[in-house]
Design a protein around this ligand. Structure first.
Ligand SMILES: [Zn+2]
Length: 132
């Protein structure tokens, strides 16, 4: 099979071609089955990260979102921010083996909203006390 790897469409039947297809995990474009780097976006694909590998959700990202919702007079929000940024860094470092980036972003956004609410709440309380 001299043509192997050169023109695979001539060699594989449809079923085998389906099984051997690879998609870039970053941009979703179809790539060569033996490609190491995506030709579209340059994302490294590599054999160590098969697409069917179970991606686990980052625990800090989940905790960040929950604490962002809890608020708890701003204490939950501050922890949500710390965990949210930590989770984002861990997800980036995991090179696609962890997910939950959206959750971490939601936790960070809720965290900031909570902090702003805490400041407004503080100012309101202070002004309420001074006008008494
Ligand atoms: Zn790509």
């Amino acid at each position: 099979m001299r043509e192997f790897g050169c023109t695979p469409t001539n060699y594989y039947n449809e079923g085998q071609l389906e099984a051997s297809r690879m998609y870039c995990p970053k941009c979703g474009r179809e790539t060569a089955e033996d490609a190491v780097i995506c030709p579209s976006c340059g994302h490294s694909i590599g054999q160590t990260l098969p697409l069917y590998a179970p991606r686990k959700t980052n625990g800090k990202a989940v905790a960040s979102l929950v604490l962002g919702l809890v608020w708890c007079l701003g204490i939950g929000s501050i922890i949500a921010l710390v965990l949210g940024y930590g989770a984002k860094r861990e997800i980036e470092d995991s090179r696609g083996t962890q997910e939950g980036s959206g959750l971490a972003t939601a936790g960070i956004v809720l965290g900031w909203i909570g902090v702003v609410c805490m400041i407004i709440y503080g100012i309101t309380m202070c002004s309420a006390l001074t006008t008494l």
